[in-house]
Design a protein around this ligand. Structure first.
Ligand code: ADP
Ligand code: MG
Length: 616
């Protein structure tokens, strides 16, 4: 055997493989999901590349994934072969894609693994959250061979099939020309030599159940499983012998009625390929025929979310002459990273398909959902987009722009249903996840501002989670403002005890207690509700609605106090001139002796605190 070039794994890959080999064996079964998902990606890439270069794929040659279990003849072991007719890998691709760590998710995985090790948490919990990708092969295999052949291109008209080989024992891998030559028409063939504790995967029942569980929803291309079945066929030889005898008999007993004898049969073994994911995609089916469980399983497989969805809507619609089917899911949690994204953020989880084949998740400038809705997990399958439509041409159609309107309307509908849910738990869950998104929407999306602002809720000094409409219904006679107090991060109970709230409370006014950073931006942008303006109770110049009667009286009293306490005021002004602009007698306090307030033209106390913190 000639020497095969050996390469050391990048150190992160080495670590990753070690974790996989040593501590994740209770998650063995995910290897199939990961490898099928890679095969699916590879075919997807081929199809997209072929839109630009016809040499790569003629549009006819079948695109599929095959799985074959091969038992060793001695019955002690075996291997699994997973093939695809996708984009394949050049020797360079084999080295970099499988030997180095390009995947950002994997480095997140390693960071989290370190953290969990320090915390003593079980690393197995990570698996669901991060795909392990190709390395999951080593969950079940002690030796892995990847044979791959990229498609013919103008640049590389005669590609040669190469093999990547690695074993769990060594921290290196080899890449060398396949001694068998170009056995694949195109694509990749992964052979896993199973470890002794993974031989259960040689059984077809196990393999087809796994595909059904993890891959049937997320894979657009057919997945075939190799099967050998025994079947009964007519035993031609035995029949032929019979016939000879019959001829002899005929001569002897010419007049005897002919009796039809059943043909002689024998059992033989035939090879077949079982189509595992032959059911139509879930969104193509009639919603009446899809169970709740199926919707949930589809969600977790398709959008790779380990948490169950909160709500979904499955519908058909038509816009700009294109009819389509869609499912919109609301996740039960919004990822941390969502909040760090800019307003132009587009997630990868709004997937546009054409007749079951993925086209794009880039909706273009006009088609992108506003950020407040960009967390949505959506699959849209159009019936009749022009065949082979490319991403670029799709963006220039009116379809995406109109689709945006349809999706937003549906999402708003789902929101308002949940907002009005008479199941308190359901409402609470919804409010917890989406309260900030709703406020963001009211700020950024002028078209839907009123609908979203109507769904916002806050605690008040008088009751829990009140809407602006409820607030106005509850207002006192003559009240011309919506009172609020805003302090980031404070509990509503603390805010209710604030000196700014106490006087209003004593007089029977309701005050919205705002404690999220977005709350302040909300009141600044929305400014009023049904023409009643927001009023910060921590700003000077605060007016109540019922003071008209008492106004004269108060003015008198104010004057009297100002004269009486002039020496004290002068003294305080002098002492405190560096920290406050002025010291005045106030009628807004009931039990507290003093309060520091923001200038009515200045920033709110909250924003001021933020600014001075950032200057420090
Ligand atoms: P990910 O799929 O998240 O990128 P993986 O570890 O699963 O990470 O795969 C690493 C890379 O190896 C892929 O991005 C792809 O470039 C390449 N690859 C893996 N399997 C295949 C395959 N069957 N055909 C072509 N390329 C593949
Ligand atoms: Mg992968």
């Amino acid at each position: 055997e000639s020497a095969k070039p050996k390469y050391d794994y990048q150190s992160d890959v080495a670590r990753m493989r070690k974790i996989v080999i040593n501590s994740l064996y209770s998650h063995q079964e995910i290897f199939l999901r990961e490898l099928v998902s890679n095969a699916n990606d590879a075919i997807e890439k081929l199809r997209l590349t072929a839109l630009k270069d016809k040499n790569v794929w003629d549009g006819v040659d079948p695109l599929n994934i095959t799985i074959k279990a091969v038992k060793d003849e001695d019955g002690n072991g075996g291997s699994i072969i997973i093939s695809d007719t996708g984009i394949g890998m050049s020797p360079d691709d084999l080295r970099t894609n499988l030997g180095t760590l390009a995947k950002s998710g994997t480095s997140d995985f390693l960071a989290q693994a370190d953290k969990d090790k320090a915390d003593g948490t079980n690393q197995g919990n990570l698996i669901g959250a991060f795909g392990l990708g190709f390395y999951s092969s080593f969950l079940v295999a002690d030796r892995v061979y990847v044979a791959s052949l990229p498609p013919k291109t103008a640049k590389n008209p005669n590609p040669a099939q190469h093999v990547f080989h690695s074993s769990s024992e060594e921290n290196s891998f080899e890449v060398y020309p396949d001694p068998r030559g170009n056995t694949l028409g195109r694509g990749t063939e992964i052979t896993l030599h199973l470890k002794k504790d993974a031989l259960e995967y040689l059984e077809n029942e196990r393999l087809s159940a796994l595909v059904e569980k993890h891959s049937s929803f997320s894979t657009a291309f057919p997945i075939y499983l190799f099967n050998q079945k025994t079947t009964e066929v007519v035993d031609e030889e035995a029949e032929a012998e019979d016939e000879e005898e019959a001829v002899v008999e005929e001569e002897v007993e010419e007049k005897k009625e002919e009796v039809e004898e059943p043909p002689k049969m024998k059992s033989i073994v035939v090879d077949e390929w079982l189509h595992l994911n032959s059911r139509p995609a879930i969104w193509m089916r009639d919603p009446k025929d899809v169970t709740e469980e199926e919707y949930k399983r589809f969600y977790s497989a398709f959008f790779k979310d380990t948490k169950e969805p909160m709500e979904w809507q499955h519908f058909s619609a038509e816009t700009s002459g294109v009819s389509f089917k869609a499912i919109i899911y609301l996740p039960s949690e919004i990822e941390e990273t969502y909040w760090q994204q800019p307003l132009q953020y587009q997630s990868k989880d709004i997937r546009i398909m054409n007749k079951g084949v993925f086209i794009t998740s880039d909706l273009g400038e006009d088609g992108a959902l506003p950020k407040w809705a960009a967390w949505a997990k959506v699959v849209v399958d159009a019936d009749d987009l022009p065949l082979m439509v490319s991403r670029e041409t799709l963006q220039s159609t009116r379809f995406l722009k109109q689709l945006k309107g349809v999706l937003l309307k549906r999402i708003l509908g789902m929101f308002s249903k949940l907002t009005e849910s008479d199941e308190p738990e359901k409402f609470e869950e919804f409010h917890k996840t989406f309260k900030t998104v709703i406020k963001l929407g009211a700020v950024e999306d002028l078209k839907n501002r009123d609908k979203l602002a109507a769904m916002a809720r806050w605690h008040t000094n008088m009751r829990n989670l009140t809407s602006l409409d409820q607030y106005l219904e509850h207002r006192k006679q003559g009240q011309k403002q919506i009172f609020f107090l805003s302090e980031m991060g404070k509990e509503p109970e603390e805010l209710a005890e604030s000196v700014f709230v106490e006087k209003l409370h004593a007089r029977g006014y309701e005050v919205l207690l705002l404690n999220e950073p977005l709350d302040e931006i909300f009141v600044q942008n929305v400014r009023n509700w049904k023409n009643v303006p927001f009023q910060d109770v921590a700003k000077v110049g605060l007016k109540f609605g019922d003071e008209a009667l008492a106004e004269e009286e108060e003015k008198e009293q104010q004057k009297m106090y100002e004269e009486k306490f002039k020496p004290l005021l002068d003294y305080l002004r002098k002492k405190a001139f560096k920290v406050v602009r002025d010291v005045v007698i106030s009628n807004r306090l009931v039990t507290s002796p003093v309060a520091v307030v923001a200038d009515s033209h200045g920033y709110t106390a909250n924003v001021q605190r933020m600014m001075s913190a950032s200057n420090a």
